[in-house]
Design a protein around this ligand. Structure first.
Ligand code: KIV
Ligand code: ZN
Length: 514
């Protein structure tokens, strides 16, 4: 018997971007959107166009390049938001406007200061307006997880009558329990008289670690769209993780009456791409995409797997993109091999110069490191993209002296707005000294919130990938840098974060006041 379709709505580029420090540039969003399209995600929520000019342009750019997935823009239930989303999506092959308004007593009274009647009226009006731009309109009842069921039934019936084709039921604050949430979906589908005219969707936050469980419970009771993000990125504790939802439905096809159309072999490269772009490392024990997800440590497990894989493995590592043969390129690889491997990883070059510049970086790296892995290539192009964004400050050179019993000293040369400048500083260690010298040169007064180093591959010649998180006023920014020398990688990451801080753009927040 053929199964029903479960739509995967990816919101990495919108809700995922709401993780503090995860803001993405237009080009980064386009790269991730391409990778999501390659994975055959049904809907890509590319951003919140009214939030800022940058977000508008990012949604517009994604709408231009993505052809096979539907591209969606978020809009509060306000005319100006909907018009902006409609405008940004004009070039899309298939577009969706996602409009929302809060429906829980606490949000209606305290945040919106609106009566339930006013909320219904505004929701209906917004769906009507969105339908002027596209036939594909999604309505979300924000904070549905804490809303009254009678009111949810009322507003959902009204927006479906007005032409909403997807009804999203978000657990905005991650409060629901799986059995209750499943029951809510069952009740809504049963009680809303026109529920057969729309697809029911869920959007779960992970505040209690239940986002995936709640989503799957909802699927069991009739939800046919799940909103999720790569690596579970998202506001606060994040959203349901795409890879976990998709692999749960696939692995336990015996208990689900639906299936996704995703090419799961793309999962790992998407995960790495998102991690590289945002600078949010994936914890080693993360399900599906963590470095240890398919590693067997105990002798008993290893013995079992060797005798018969299914003794301890419920999924095949290859099915989510882990491959055994990871060495791809080396010092003698040519431009074509380089270009085609990056194309396989979902990266395309905008121009010949772009390719040449990345190839030059690849050759530099290959001089320092004999074996170049997919992970190295991903970082290499990520770095090239983030430098292209805004480079008011460029690191020219760094010299550090670090010796037992002596205070480390760093001398940094940078170009700031075209002018070369140099300074020296001492520090507790070489990285501290380099950061102090950069701080003196740029005069940027930001608080360092996080400094982390990850080795991209294994071995002491591996590139170190450094993430630096800076906070200035209320803005939090991540910067990344990679190099086989981790002090240089650290300085690159620090300069990258400062460049992002200088690239000031105020953004509205979707959960802010209407
Ligand atoms: O969490 C939430 O409620 C949202 C909505 C905008 C769908 O992100
Ligand atoms: Zn959300």
């Amino acid at each position: 018997m053929s199964k029903e379709q479960l739509k995967i709505f990816d919101t990495t580029l919108r809700d995922g971007e709401q993780s503090p420090g995860a803001s993405m540039t237009r080009d980064e969003k386009v790269r991730i959107a391409r990778a999501l399209e390659k994975m055959r995600v049904d809907v890509i929520e590319a951003g919140f166009p009214i939030a800022s000019q940058g977000d508008f342009e990012a949604v517009e750019a994604v709408a231009q390049v993505v052809k096979d997935s539907t591209v969606c823009g978020l809009a509060r239930a306000l005319d100006k938001d909907i018009d902006r989303a409609g405008e940004a999506l004009k070039g899309a092959n298939s577009s969706r406007i996602h409009t929302f308004i809060a429906t829980s007593p606490i949000h209606m009274e305290r945040k919106l200061r609106m009566s339930p009647d006013q909320v219904v009226e505004q929701a209906v009006r917004s769906v009507r307006r969105a339908r002027q731009f596209t036939d594909d309109v999604e309505f979300s009842a924000e904070d549905a997880g804490r809303s009254e069921i009678d009111f949810l039934c009322r507003i959902i019936e009204a927006v479906i009558d007005e032409g909403a084709t997807t009804i999203n039921v978000p657990d905005t604050v991650g409060y629901a329990m799986p059995w209750q949430f499943g029951e809510t979906i069952r009740t809504l589908i049963e009680r809303v008289p026109n529920s057969d005219k729309a697809i029911f969707s869920v959007h779960c936050h992970n505040d209690l670690g239940l986002a995936v469980a709640n989503s799957l419970s909802a699927v069991t009771y009739g939800a046919r769209q799940v909103e999720c993000t790569i690596n579970g990125l998202g506001e606060r504790a994040g959203n349901a993780s795409l890879e976990e939802v998709v692999m749960a439905v696939r692995t336990r096809s015996d208990v689900f009456q639906c299936e996704t159309g995703l090419d799961t072999t793309q999962i790992l490269s998407c995960s790495k791409l998102v991690s590289n772009v945002t600078g949010f490392p994936v914890q080693p024990n993360k399900a599906i995409v963590g470095a240890n997800a398919f590693a067997h440590e105990s002798g008993i497990h290893q013995d079992g797997v060797l005798k018969h894989r299914e003794t301890y493995e419920i999924m095949r590592a290859e099915d989510v993109g882990w491959s055994k043969n990871r060495m791809v390129l080396g010092k003698h690889s040519g431009r074509n091999a380089f270009r085609s491997r990056l194309q396989e990883l979902g990266h395309s070059f905008d121009s010949e110069e772009d390719l040449n510049e990345s190839f030059r970086r690849f050759k530099d790296l290959a001089d320092k490191k004999h074996e170049i892995f997919d992970e190295d290539l991903q970082v290499l192009v990520s770095e090239a993209d983030s430098e292209a964004v805004s480079e008011r400050i460029r690191l020219l050179s760094l010299k550090v002296c670090s010796e037992t019993g002596e205070t480390p000293v760093a001398t940094v040369v940078v170009v700031i707005d075209g002018e070369e400048a140099s300074d020296t500083a001492e520090g507790g260690g070489p990285v501290d000294a380099a950061f102090k010298a950069i701080k003196k040169l740029t005069g940027i007064d930001a608080v360092l919130q996080l400094y982390s180093v990850n080795n991209i591959t294994t071995g002491t010649d591996s590139q170190g990938e450094v993430t630096v998180r800076l906070k200035q006023d209320e803005r939090i920014i991540n910067g990344q840098g990679a190099d086989t020398d981790i002090v240089i990688a650290s300085a690159k990451a620090y300069v990258n974060a400062i460049n992002r801080l200088l690239d000031r753009e105020e953004r509205a927040h979707p959960q802010g006041d209407v």
